[in-house]
Ligand binder design. Structure first.
Ligand code: HEM
Length: 156
């Protein structure tokens, strides 16, 4: 079996399958709660971590958001993130790696012709032991940058 690429050492805290619960809000929508499964898999021998997640509404079966992408090392203490969403949104981020933490800011957000307007996204992910907490903020639909999602997941 191939080992993870050594350039991924500082991002290794992300690797695994994570399950948990989150909540979402934005001024233009009703607050909501969701359950999530996220998987971070190092490319075999390659310097990237494949990422995918899917969510459904808490207490029900209704699928909500899903997305997938790649995290790449980006220079000393740096990282890059590319993500595509089925809603027609594509995010390109640069980020900084801290101790058990990575914080991304969008460098570019591109929209398919029918996607809802999203201008900026920030994503921070922190891992303590087997607990991952993340926060996603966005500037979208004419609103300033603010929190859309917060979640806590456990490594399974
Ligand atoms: C865990 C991931 C996510 C979940 C569970 C989620 C869930 C939701 C829900 C339930 C809504 C309410 C309206 C609807 O049902 O479509 C919504 C709206 C929205 N979400 Fe998310 N979302 C997630 C991630 C994202 C991401 C990554 C983005 C963009 C980068 C995003 C952008 C938006 C926008 C722009 C709206 C519409 C606001 C409006 O029309 O006023 N969401 N989201």
């Amino acid at each position: 079996m191939s080992r993870a690429h050594p350039d991924l050492d500082s991002l290794a805290f992300l690797v695994g399958t994570w399950k948990g619960h989150g909540n979402g809000r934005y001024p233009t929508i009703e607050p909501f709660e969701y359950v999530e499964e996220a998987v971070f898999t190092p490319g075999p021998g390659k310097p990237f971590i494949a990422y995918r997640q899917r969510t459904r509404r808490a207490g029900g079966a209704e699928p909500l958001h899903s997305e997938s992408g790649y995290i790449r090392p980006g220079g000393p203490d740096g990282a890059e993130l590319v993500i595509a969403q089925p809603t027609g949104i594509v995010e390109i981020h640069t980020g900084e790696i801290g101790r058990d933490e990575v914080c991304f800011r969008s460098k570019d957000v591109r929209l398919s012709p029918t996607a809802v307007e999203v201008a900026r996204v920030e994503r921070s992910i922190r891992v303590v032991g087997d607990t991952m907490r993340y926060r996603l903020s966005m500037a979208a639909v004419g609103q300033p940058l603010q929190v859309h999602l917060e979640a806590e997941l456990t490594r399974v």
